[in-house]
Design a binder for this molecule. Structure first.
Ligand SMILES: [Cu+2]
Length: 201
């Protein structure tokens, strides 16, 4: 008897999960595409994002990490939603510093050695340049965005923005060196929209 009851409850649970999954699949769409550039290296690490999406967005509770390893900030470009916190690590045997000369978010975490982690919260949407005053060749960017609908391009320039609510949006691209005009994109219920940006000077 108990087993039958268990089976019945299990089936109901399974059924409601299937309904939920289906609802989710129909509600959200995605945007895929390419960021093209004449020099292949500029295709990588561009940030594609939606502008002016209404709503308030909760930043993730989990901190992002930006490491300093082998005299390189990793990742070089870190896109986050406004309000996110980033842990700045030093994994090298030498001292590093982290400072941001950016007007919208000036800060300096000081100079620190291996194993030390310092945290900064990014509460304004803007592009924050990061430098290390011990090693002038080191640089990175935290790209702080108004909403969670963004993606960073891979080495081939491809990107996918997942879970986009249906609607018409302005879509823009940020790149360290190059530019491209924003575009308009329409995402249909559960659909996949395609966008291509051509970066230039
Ligand atoms: Cu350094």
């Amino acid at each position: 008897m108990k087993r039958k009851l268990f089976n019945a409850v299990f089936m109901v649970l399974l059924f409601s999960m299937a309904v939920l999954v289906q609802k989710e699949a129909f509600a959200a769409g995605k945007i895929t595409g390419m960021v093209e550039a004449q020099r292949a290296r500029f295709k990588k690490d561009a940030v594609v994002y939606l502008k002016g999406v209404s709503g308030t967005f909760t930043p993730p509770a989990k901190h992002y990490t930006m490491d300093q390893k082998d005299l390189i900030f990793t990742p070089h470009v870190l896109p986050v939603v406004v309000g996110s916190s980033v842990d700045f690590k030093n994994s090298d045997n030498v001292n590093h510093n982290v400072f941001a000369p950016t007007k919208c978010k000036p800060f300096n975490l000081g100079t620190y050695g291996k194993g030390v982690v310092k945290t900064e919260t990014f509460d304004k949407s803007c592009v924050v340049d990061l430098l290390c005053n011990v090693h002038s060749e080191m640089s990175a960017f935290v790209v702080v965005l108004d909403n969670p609908y963004f993606a960073k391009t891979g080495a081939d320039g491809s990107f996918t923005i997942e879970n986009v609510p249906p609607g018409t949006y302005q879509i823009a691209v940020w790149s360290e060196k190059l530019k491209a005009a924003p575009q308009t994109v329409t995402v249909k219920d559960g659909g996949a929209a395609q966008v291509t940006f051509n970066l230039a000077r």
